[in-house]
Design a protein around this ligand. Structure first.
Ligand code: SF4
Length: 382
């Protein structure tokens, strides 16, 4: 925290003149809070009212100040490319209203068992070759308790993919403390578990597990030393107040999530939310700009729904503070952007792929692993 703060401060000193001259004509909450964020660094004591005021700022002001915070906290040209693969599809016991993988809805999706190691590793290799630095594996389960064999297989996949020099992420439903520790030991970089929406609106979307259970999983992930990836979905029929509520919960966690995916609902026929209107780009920009100002260091991911936005619309999202995307043919079960279109977008917008980053602990574990391998090779060849 201290080093982030001092970096922010020194950056501010370098450009305080520029900053004050840029802000002289705006007194929106976005302008005020962006300036505070740049000066003091991330904070976890946001009131819901403060976040609401940021969120309600005039849109272009929010976009501008989101961009400003983004440039202080990140290399604004770098965009993380993550590939998400559904390694176990459909047949899920939960009732998440937006999800075609729930066995409660008739969406025509064919349930599939856990993929073999060979298939998963092949997909990870392809993702790496296509420029992805993070490989995420998703399994449609409530949790992994009582699935010892499957869980052990996944630990093996994690080890293998981490050994390929990629960041590895999983989204497997709720996690217990011990499982989080095992995933960490296997080399997992991040665990995704979205809060979806505000605590108040949540029961309208899911009834089979509680908001507190979700927060508990995030706690286990954090305690195990794994990066937390948690965000939500807009377009579920929630009010703007619920979007503010979601941001407030995330921004007041003891440590902000390292990744915050912002999804636009992809309404799938057969789910209870099939009639929802598509999310407008302005709603995405408002959500991304607000997330950027209140959680400056997080990777804000422009996630599901990106396929329906033009390159110009996506450019506005990157400008507002998004710096991560999912690449690959599919996002679990829904369509995603075309590989060539993404390559072209990077070229036209001057974006560059973000290199993978590993914590010192992970690097050390990897070096030890490499050393052990070396020893094994030498002793077997000797
Ligand atoms: S979102 Fe996850 S937990 Fe909910 S129904 Fe879909 S696969 Fe199951």
């Amino acid at each position: 925290m201290l080093s982030i703060r001092s970096t922010f401060r020194s950056q501010l000193r370098l450009s305080s003149v520029t900053l004050s001259s840029l802000c002289y004509s705006s007194s929106s909450a976005a302008a005020i809070q962006a300036e505070k964020t740049i000066k003091d660094g991330p904070r976890n004591d946001w009131t819901r009212q403060e976040i609401k005021e940021v969120y309600d700022s005039p849109l272009l002001d929010l976009l501008f100040h989101g961009a400003q915070v983004h440039r202080y906290a990140h290399n604004f040209r770098e965009v993380q490319q993550c590939t998400l693969l559904s390694i176990k599809t459909g047949g899920c016991s939960e009732d998440c209203s937006y999800c075609p993988q729930s066995s409660r809805y008739n969406t025509g999706l064919k349930a599939q068992r856990l993929m073999t190691k060979e298939t998963v590793i092949e997909a990870a290799k392809r993702a790496k070759e296509a420029g992805s630095t993070r490989f995420c594996m998703g399994a449609a389960w409530r949790d992994t308790i009582g699935r010892k064999t499957n869980f052990n297989q996944i630990l093996d996949y994690v080890k293998e993919i981490r050994g390929m020099g990629m960041e590895v992420c999983c989204t497997l439903g709720m996690l217990e403390k011990q499982q989080a520790a095992e995933l960490k030991k296997a080399g997992l970089t991040a665990y995704n578990h979205n809060l979806d929406t505000s605590r108040e609106y949540y029961p309208n979307i899911i009834t089979t597990r509680s908001y507190d259970e979700r927060l508990e999983t995030l706690e286990h992930v954090r305690e195990a030393g794994i990066s937390v990836c948690s965000g939500g979905i807009i377009g579920l029929g929630e009010a703007e107040e619920d979007r503010v509520g979601l941001l407030h919960t995330l921004a007041t966690l003891p440590t902000h999530p390292e990744s915050v995916p912002i999804n636009a609902l992809v309404a799938v026929k057969g789910t209870p939310l099939q009639e929802q209107k598509p999310v407008e780009i302005w709603e995405m920009i408002r959500m991304i700009g607000s997330a950027r100002i209140v959680m400056p260091k997080a990777m804000v991911r422009l996630s599901a729904g990106r396929v329906s936005f033009s390159m110009a619309e996506q450019a506005l999202c990157f400008l507002a503070g998004a710096n991560s995307i999912f690449t690959g043919e599919k996002l679990l079960t829904t369509p995603n952007n075309d590989y060539d279109a993404d390559q072209l977008m990077f070229k036209v917008l001057g974006l560059i792929p973000k290199a993978p980053s590993f914590s010192a602990d992970e690097e050390k574990a990897c070096a030890c692993e490499a050393e052990r391998c070396q020893e094994a090779v030498s002793s077997s060849s000797g």
